[in-house]
Ligand binder design. Structure first.
Ligand code: ADP
Ligand code: ASP
Ligand code: MG
Length: 438
């Protein structure tokens, strides 16, 4: 029998009722040996995630505000869960310790990480599982990058000592002993790291939707679930805004070839989505696997007569980006023009410097920066086999009266990237979805 690692997201652990569902899922299969919980998420749409409340506490301390009353709200979230579950467990000492540590400037990441730490203590108690603190098995290097080899070794050794255990998501430890978190949504990464170290046969990622859906359910009503997704398709979709799984979560399992199964805690009977390294099968009716989109991009357009004949032009422009530590997403070009598409956030504070440096480097006739671009990715392993997919995508967008600002197709034909005005994004996503799903 293989091992299953199960990660539960914040909405799956928001209150006692969800803890019961989680316990029923875990106990239904003895192979579900290692559990990775998030912090309690939203119970209803206006609610605040515990992680956000902890960030707020950290900010309040920085602004010399009193956190006593606000911290009580966090304590209540946990105490309500314990009480409603009828658990004989006193977490007040832990809560006091966390509050005092935040008061004594223990760091932003430390504050945020306590959401998963406290939730894991409760879940371990409720399940009767061991508790393994992530700070003893997840390691970052001096420069803040994740140390996968050390982590894998130490985590594998530790897991061997436990039949059943709960390991909090989202954080690990720096060489100097301070706590560091992954970026937001990072419990997905922890789950994947545990799956690799446990040499699991499956990584189940339990959330509040019945799998990876063909497009964002907040934009298109009830999109169809995707049965099978490849790691590469997942990378394209999650990078482009389908945030159901953290975009870095596949790396630890990818090399080990461990499949990920996205499942719904509120509908455990649904099969969800299987994410696998490769498959030749695809949905011949729908052709595309999914479509996702993201706002917040800018285009730098550089014009110069005879640009194409000028050896090294591109390199000089890219060198300027490199010197400024800026990465770009796409580089559509014409005979006398070159455009760079990049995230607006990366150039925010250095537009002028960038324009001046490019001016100096290549003496263009004209250079401009335009904001407000959204990118969408139409992704599908079947597109390479089905002729005319690109035409259908562009027709669908045009027929919806939307202007296409940019097109880029990867040479693997796994995806087509289209740039549209930010205000047109949702409309474009819906138009493409409706073109392929009848
Ligand atoms: P968790 O708290 O379980 O980690 P997240 O909120 O991080 O859950 O991710 C699940 C959410 O992702 C869904 O509730 C949904 O609103 C959103 N989402 C965006 N795009 C997609 C998509 N293509 N398929 C499924 N969910 C999506
Ligand atoms: N609780 C963290 C967050 O809100 C990590 C996670 O949910 O995966 O980002
Ligand atoms: Mg998440």
């Amino acid at each position: 029998m293989g091992i299953k690692v199960v990660k539960f997201g914040g909405s799956s652990l928001a209150d006692a009722e969800h803890f019961r569902r989680v316990a029923a899922i875990v106990k239904a299969d003895p192979d579900r040996r290692f559990v990775v919980p998030s912090a309690p998420g939203k119970r209803f749409s206006e609610d605040t995630k515990v992680t956000d409340m902890l960030y707020r506490c950290y900010e309040m301390v920085r602004n010399r505000e009193d956190i006593t009353e606000y911290f009580k709200k966090i304590a209540k979230r946990y105490n309500d869960i314990i009480k409603d579950l009828g658990l004989n467990f006193d977490i007040s000492g832990e809560l006091d310790y966390v509050r005092d540590a935040i008061l004594h400037h223990s760091g932003r990441d430390f504050a945020a990480s306590r959401g998963e730490y406290l939730n894991s203590l409760i879940l371990a108690k409720y399940l009767g599982f061991d508790f393994i603190d992530a700070e003893s098995v997840i390691f970052f290097r001096e420069n803040g990058t994740f140390d996968e080899e050390k982590t894998n070794e130490e985590m594998a050794t530790e897991l061997k000592a436990h039949k059943y255990a709960v390991i909090p998501g989202f954080y690990g430890v720096m060489p100097n002993g301070t706590i560091k978190t992954f970026s937001r949504g990072g419990s997905d990464i922890t789950g994947s790291i545990v799956a690799r170290a446990a040499n699991a046969e499956l990584y189940e990622n339990w959330t509040d939707v019945s799998g990876f859906l063909m497009t964002d359910p907040r934009i298109v009503k009830d999109p169809k679930p995707i049965n099978t997704l490849t790691y590469s398709e997942l990378r394209e979709l999650s990078y482009m805004g389908a945030t159901v799984l953290h975009e870095e979560a596949i790396f630890p399992v990818r090399y080990a070839g461990i499949p990920i199964n996205i499942r719904n805690t509120n509908a455990p009977e649904d099969a969800g989505t299987m994410i696998v390294s490769s498959t030749n099968e695809y949905d011949k009716e729908r052709i595309i696997t999914g479509v996702a989109g993201k706002k917040g991009f800018s285009v730098i357009t550089i014009e110069k007569d005879m640009m194409n004949a000028e050896i090294g032009f591109c390199r000089k422009v890219l060198e300027v980006l490199e010197e400024n530590n800026i990465s770009f997403e796409h580089m559509p070009s014409g005979v006398d023009t070159m455009s760079l598409v990049l995230a607006t956030s990366t150039i925010e504070d250095r537009r002028e410097r960038l324009v001046n440096s490019i001016n100096r480097a290549v003496r263009p006739d004209n250079i401009s920066i335009e904001d407000g671009l959204a990118l969408l990715a139409v992704v599908g392993r079947g597109m390479v086999k089905a002729k005319g997919t690109a035409a259908r995508v562009f027709d669908a967008i045009s027929n919806a009266g939307i202007n296409i600002r940019m097109i880029d197709q990867g040479s693997s034909e796994l995806n087509i990237i289209v740039g549209v005005e930010e205000t047109d994004l949702n409309h474009a996503l819906a138009a493409i979805y409706n073109e392929f799903v009848k």
